[in-house]
Design a protein around this ligand. Structure first.
Ligand code: COS
Length: 386
């Protein structure tokens, strides 16, 4: 379908696609097998200015929006979700600074992020605070001119690899979620270390670690926004980034779909290529249709955000839940269309199916997304009744 992309957006798509095909496809199986972080690919993305896409020009970026980011993420995801997770988590970690950072913080951090010199990670999740994001235990206590941070963050994408971390800690426990605050912490700060690297089912090229804060002192200027705004910083960050997870879903589904079509044209059974059988055609028809619907929703919500919409919780949750459920279904069906071959590591779809699963879990499970949508519908209905 023609999404009426501008010439610039088409250029971004083509550039990301070229990098994906030339640099990612040849190594994705090995990165997956060995769980190796894609340093060289990150360098290529940096040299191509793709880290600066969504960062304002005044801070060294290209000043583009959510749609351009979605287009780039989709293309990288079409090749390898492990690589695209590393890239997309960088945007997730940067949003707190972009949305709530002071001009000073932006000047200090954004140019290096835009240049790809430093990766970013976002630290909200903890052992006992996943879906229940308000339940975090990490504390940040003000002592003189410094905050002293204590606690452990869990399952943090880009942990250990990133130079900059935006994290949420409790500054006033008595206030519940309103007692949380956001901070920026640099790698190398005394008292800040990393736990074990997780051994994951999928997205194995991406790094996932604990962040351990043991009396880690940061200047009080490292607070993002004001004390007590941490929960809102986290939620608004996720509101912006969840469409990006949707675009990961579109990309991996597209990659798996193309593999399934290619295979079905070549594989002969009962004297005919299996694509000539209606049973296979119907599966492919459903896969292609749902990918197009997911892409249309992700692009529409991205454009809505880029147009300056203020409250996008419901729409971004819709894009995330729809496109990632499509990704799981399509990658599973791609394995099915390819039968025994699809199940073997010789073909990329078994990896795509393993990779796709995380999309229904991270940045808020798909059950949480449905809660967010449900709460928004209740609010809208109450408003309409007034
Ligand atoms: N934007 C601004 N404020 C928001 C918000 C949003 N999108 N969502 C919630 N808030 C505010 C609420 O208005 C409320 O503020 P007040 O106490 O001032 O009224 C506060 O935050 C708490 O909201 P709520 O009562 O809805 O919180 P719950 O404890 O019920 O938890 C959340 C609901 C939103 C935390 C849950 O649905 C969620 O998103 N969980 C998933 C978290 C996640 O994505 N984890 C992945 C980690 S990062 S990869």
């Amino acid at each position: 379908m023609d999404y009426l992309l501008t010439e610039e957006q088409i250029m971004i798509r083509d550039l990301a696609r070229q990098i994906a095909e030339e640099k990612i496809v040849p190594v994705r199986a090995e990165l997956d097998e060995t769980g190796t972080f894609p340093h060289d690919i990150m360098k290529t993305l940096a040299q191509s200015d793709l880290f600066g896409l969504f960062i304002p020009e005044e801070y060294g970026g290209l000043g583009k929006g959510c749609l351009e980011l979605a287009i780039a993420v989709e293309e990288l995801s079409r090749a390898c979700l492990g690589v695209s997770t590393t890239y997309a988590a960088n945007a997730l970690g940067t949003y707190p600074l972009l949305l709530f950072g002071s001009d000073e913080q932006k000047k200090r951090y954004l140019p290096d992020i835009a240049a790809g010199k430093k990766l970013v990670a976002f630290g909200l999740t903890e052992a006992n605070a996943g879906s229940d994001a308000g339940g975090i235990q990490t504390t940040a206590r003000l002592e003189g001119n410094e905050y002293v941070i204590n606690g452990t963050k869990q399952w943090i994408t880009n942990g250990g690899e990133a130079g900059i971390y935006t994290i949420i800690g409790i500054t006033d426990r008595s206030k519940g979620p309103r007692g949380a605050s956001a901070f920026v912490v640099e790698k190398g700060t005394p008292g800040f270390s990393f736990g074990k690297k997780e051994n994951k089912m999928g997205i194995r090229a991406s790094a996932t670690t604990e962040l351990i804060f043991d009396n880690c002192r940061v200047p009080k200027e490292n607070i993002i926004g004001k004390e007590g705004m941490g929960f809102v910083v986290a939620m608004k960050t996720l509101d912006n980034s969840r469409t990006g997870v949707g675009s990961q879903g579109v990309g991996v589904a597209q990659g798996a779909f193309e593999e399934a079509v290619k295979f079905a044209r070549q594989r002969v059974q009962f004297g005919h290529p299996v694509i000539t059988f209606q049973a296979v055609q119907h599966m492919l028809a459903d896969m292609g249709t749902s990918i197009e619907a997911a892409r249309a929703l992700v692009y529409a919500v991205s454009r809505f955000i880029d147009a300056g919409a203020k409250d996008v919780s419901k729409e971004s949750a819709m894009a995330k839940v729809f496109a990632t459920d499509v990704a799981m279904r399509v990658t599973t069906d791609a394995v099915q269309v390819m039968g025994g071959s699809g199940y073997m590591k010789e073909y990329p779809v078994e990896k795509m199916m393993r990779d796709a699963k995380i999309l229904q879990i991270y940045e808020g499970t798909n059950q949480i997304q449905r809660n967010v949508i449900g709460q928004a519908l209740i609010k809208e209905a109450a408003k309409a009744n007034k």
